[in-house]
Design a protein around this ligand. Structure first.
Ligand code: ADP
Length: 385
């Protein structure tokens, strides 16, 4: 397997470039716009939306294997290609239960994994009883195509719920609001042979439902780490995944873990691995989908902090001066996605700062304190006051 076709050409495909070169692979993408980040770093591009299966057919003719950096595809149409022999990794059956958030919750529950209480909203008359059961606040989610908090609404009262549901309510899922203490994530990879490796569990910090920072490793107990690794193994084995999956979780104040969401691809919570791990999630994904042995996912430093650089205005600026100040921070690694347009909330780049824990006695207090201080420094350079 030498020629890898990627459906999607955003930053996740862009970040595969170095690994593809290192492994001697050709990278081709299917993406709608010539301005998409990965267009400039790949061997060939099929310009088309990610859900255009006839474009994927063209891509597949040039590739040995097709993988995904974006899961908003037309599975039904792609399955015809799979029947004709196109090799998808992960296989389409591994994506099928995940693309609709309600189906995803059902799949996880049926596997015995812990998830928040949830309901589909297909019968209007049941709305009152469902919300009485869950109470307020409750969380309303679009079943399909949600990302970066788009389509996730925290609902405080019945009037707002009804207002949001003027659209077809079967498009939504309703679930309990989890008063989590922290949010966690794990990146896991499974090879063609069924070998699984997991990255260190990380803490993710969201604001307005969008990831702002990631701290690796999360300061949790060894039992909690083991529980989360076991969730990853159960899920990846059950779906017979080949490639990387990201798993987002909630940790409650009394130490309980719930699965929030599965990303069937590389994930923002694993970006730290580019600089902090021997094998990044992007290299690991390519290794898995090409049938190569998996690499070492361990941290090569004591800890790391990743900060997303999110757009905060509509602009065409390349933010040279802020980027210059950020790269001057010791042990900072800046990844700038080269997007030509900034919009509020858009992911424009990220920075990972590696921490060598000189002061072992302070342990997690050191990571938390220094990590928070570094994140604050980066954000005060990046965001206007
Ligand atoms: P998306 O697919 O848009 O990333 P998520 O389901 O991951 O949507 O939700 C985004 C964020 O919204 C989460 O990281 C979390 O901060 C918050 N959130 C989502 N579901 C819940 C919930 N049931 N209870 C509390 N907060 C939630």
């Amino acid at each position: 397997m030498k020629r890898v076709g990627v459906i999607g050409g955003g930053q996740l495909a862009w970040m595969m470039a170095d690994a593809a070169e290192k492994l001697g692979l050709e990278l081709l993408i299917q993406t709608p716009s010539e301005h998409d980040p990965a267009v400039s770093i790949v061997q060939d591009v099929v310009f088309a939306p990610v859900d255009d299966a006839s474009a994927t057919e063209i891509l597949a003719k040039k590739c040995d294997v097709i993988t995904f950096e974006n899961e908003f595809v037309n599975l039904q149409a792609l399955s015809l290609l799979a029947q004709q022999g196109v090799c998808f990794r992960p296989r389409l059956e591994a994506l099928a239960p995940l693309l609709d958030k309600y189906h995803q919750r059902c799949y996880l529950r049926d596997l015995g994994l812990p998830v928040p209480q949830f309901f589909a909203l297909d019968e209007a008359e049941n709305l009152k009883s469902k919300i009485e059961y869950l109470g307020f606040p409750a969380v309303l989610k679009s079943r399909r195509h949600g990302y970066d908090g788009q389509g996730t609404f925290i609902i405080q009262n019945f009037a707002t719920l009804e207002q949001k549901l003027t659209l077809n309510q079967s498009l939504f899922l309703l679930e309990e609001f989890v008063p989590f203490e922290r949010e966690l994530a794990i990146i896991a990879a499974r090879s063609v042979e069924g070998e699984i490796v997991t990255y260190p569990v990380v803490e993710t910090q969201q604001e307005q439902q969008v990831c702002r920072r990631v701290i690796a490793p999360a300061q949790i107990t060894p039992n909690q780490v083991a529980e989360i690794q076991a969730i990853a193994h159960t899920l990846l084995n059950s779906l017979e995944v080949v490639g990387i999956f990201g798993i987002e979780l909630f940790l409650s104040a009394d130490g309980k873990i719930l699965v929030n969401e599965i990303a069937p691809r590389t994930h923002n919570s694993g970006h730290f691995s580019l600089d902090a791990c021997e094998t990044s999630q992007f290299e690991q994904h390519l290794r898995a989908v090409c049938g190569l042995p998996l690499g070492n996912p361990a941290l090569q430093c004591a800890s790391a902090v990743m900060v997303n650089l999110l757009g905060y205005e509509n602009s065409h600026s390349d933010y040279q001066s802020q980027r210059q100040q950020i790269v001057e921070i010791p042990q900072a690694h800046l990844h700038w996605y080269g997007k030509t347009e900034s919009r509020p909330g858009r992911k424009l780049g990220h920075v990972t700062v590696l921490l060598d824990n000189q002061n072992k006695e302070l342990g997690s207090a050191y990571t938390n304190g220094v990590g928070a201080a570094i994140a604050h420094t980066i954000e005060s350079i990046w965001y206007p006051r």
